[in-house]
Design a binder for this molecule. Structure first.
Ligand code: FAD
Length: 461
């Protein structure tokens, strides 16, 4: 445990560590991408330049009984990075260094504030590959990705962030530094403590350093867009693609209303001239070879011949492929147009997907005819996104209850990848039993008895 007698006070630390007060320009530290409004202003925003400075701030907060909000890139969609009035905010934006890059074994140790896109680019320069990929790649930080156990576009092949993390360094609520910078793939030496901090959204510790597992850089990506009639066909194409394309890395699905909304915000005409009910964006990662291209084209040809797809597009250039992905990644821009919105991120068993979409789509369009209901998602993982809005504030809770009750009925999850944060806290009961919730509370109190760290997220204690 830390020697708190020698701990500098917060006001001393504010003299030596980059910090902002409410009369500075702190607007951007009040919000994340969820759109949840802040309840007030934080007392101070710290931007430590080293993990050691960060630990000093946490230690001082613990000693002075202050509550802390941890901020990564603030792209979270569950309101977890939004501070409470009077909080001490710690932004990790200056913790961006690479600490060790093992280009022989394929691991990298980085500070937690490194932006995901920068991390991916720098490992690729050395012929390695970090496969995590999501629309917020240009702003989200690897520490935030670990804290939320981010999923994204390539879970089908590489798993969620949890599967990509080998080791962590974490600052606990009292300022103790817990170093678990393991670099091996295998390490069966008792409790794997890093998992306490992966996906727990900063409620149990602040992640300061991350050791990641890398993969050889694929030579090439092959993308294609297939149009299908209904969810049953989506399921058929998914099964066939998994069987015939071992290098399949993405299987993203967009309903027609989503594609049209994306076209509007991007000011681009949709990829097909005709309109179809559902679109599947597929990607494989492999060697750059005529055989790899032919395998995908043959697969798509068979889909058309067997009536399992209505139409397909195979981009001929990198730019054409990138444009297809622009449609899939346009959700950030779309959300700005439908405020106030609700962005659901549910896990639905594939066998219940069609009826879930039919029931929820019908109920929402009958009750809220002026709202757009946009379905899309990482269907290869059973992860459906629904963005709906604009809604009047008074209806938000009613819409959430409507969707989550149906999620519970089909045995799904109220959050497949975005996390619970503040926004989904009241609905945790729809996905986790009373016994599970009690254990979560006990673990929180065991690690943070004073409830100083990212309190009021995930579960009340
Ligand atoms: P923040 O938003 O800053 O924080 C998220 C939570 O983690 C908060 O509770 C915060 O307190 C905590 N936290 C942040 N950093 C740390 C740290 N170092 N230590 C401890 N706790 C910390 N998510 C997906 O999973 N898949 C997607 O495909 C996806 N697509 C997206 C597309 C768009 C356009 C947008 C806007 C968001 C998307 N997201 C997606 C959500 C979001 O990008 C992820 O949740 C991301 O991992 C959050 O990272 P961040 O650095 O922005 O974290």
């Amino acid at each position: 445990m830390p020697n708190t007698s020698a701990t500098p006070t917060l006001s001393t630390l504010a003299d030596s560590i980059s910090s902002l007060r409410p009369n500075d320009d702190i607007q951007r530290y009040l919000q994340d991408a969820s759109g949840l409004p802040a309840k007030g202003e934080p007392a101070i925003v710290f931007r430590p330049a080293t993990p050691e400075q960060l630990a000093d701030i946490v230690r001082a907060c613990h000693k002075e009984g202050r509550t802390l909000t941890i901020q990564g890139g603030r792209t979270g969609l569950a309101g977890g990075a939004v501070p409470d009035a009077g909080d001490v905010v710690i932004s990790l934006e200056q913790l961006t260094k690479v600490e060790e890059f093992d280009t022989v074994g394929g691991t990298i140790t980085v500070q937690a504030g490194m932006v995901l896109e920068n991390l991916c680019a720098l490992v690729e320069e050395q012929g390695w590959y970090f496969p995590l990929d999501l629309g917020a790649r240009g702003s989200c930080q690897i520490g935030g990705n670990v804290a939320t156990n981010a999923g994204g576009n390539r879970v089908l092949r590489y798993g969620t962030t949890r599967e990509l993390v080998l080791g962590l360094e974490v600052v606990l609520a009292d300022g103790t530094v817990l170093s678990m910078l393991n670099k091996g793939l295998k390490n069966n030496t008792g409790l794997d403590l890093k998992h306490l901090f992966i996906g727990t959204e900063g409620t149990l510790g602040v992640i300061t350093r991350v050791v990641l597992r890398l993969f050889p850089k694929p030579e090439r990506r092959y993308s294609a867009l297939a149009a299908v009639q209904n969810v049953e066909q989506v399921a058929q194409v998914l099964k066939l693609a998994r069987a015939r394309l071992p290098e399949l890395s993405s299987f993203e699905v967009m309903w027609q209303s989503y594609l049209l909304a994306a076209g509007e915000v991007l000011k681009k005409t949709p990829p097909f001239q005709a309109q179809y009910p559902i679109y599947i964006l597929l990607e494989t990662e492999s060697r750059d070879s005529p055989q790899a291209a032919a395998a995908l084209e043959e697969f798509l040809g068979d889909l058309l011949e067997n009536g399992q797809a209505l139409d397909v597009i195979v981009p001929q250039t990198h730019e054409q492929a990138a444009l297809l992905w622009k449609f899939r990644d346009a959700i950030g821009e779309i959300l700005r147009e439908i405020q106030p919105y609700l962005a659901f991120d549910v896990g639905i068993p594939l066998r219940s997907m069609a009826s879930f979409i039919e029931i929820i789509g019908t109920r929402l369009s009958q009750a809220y005819p002026n709202a757009k209901n946009l379905f899309f998602g990482h269907l290869g993982d059973g992860n459906l996104h629904l963005s709906t809005g604009p809604h009047v504030e008074a209806d938000l809770l009613i819409v959430e209850e409507l969707v989550y009750a149906e999620v519970e009925r089909v045995g799904g999850s109220i959050s497949a990848e975005h996390g619970i944060g503040r926004i989904k806290k009241p609905f945790l009961k729809y996905s986790r039993s009373a016994t599970e919730r009690l254990l979560m509370q006990q673990i929180k109190l065991a690690l943070d008895a004073d409830k100083g760290l990212n309190n009021n997220r995930i579960i009340d204690v």
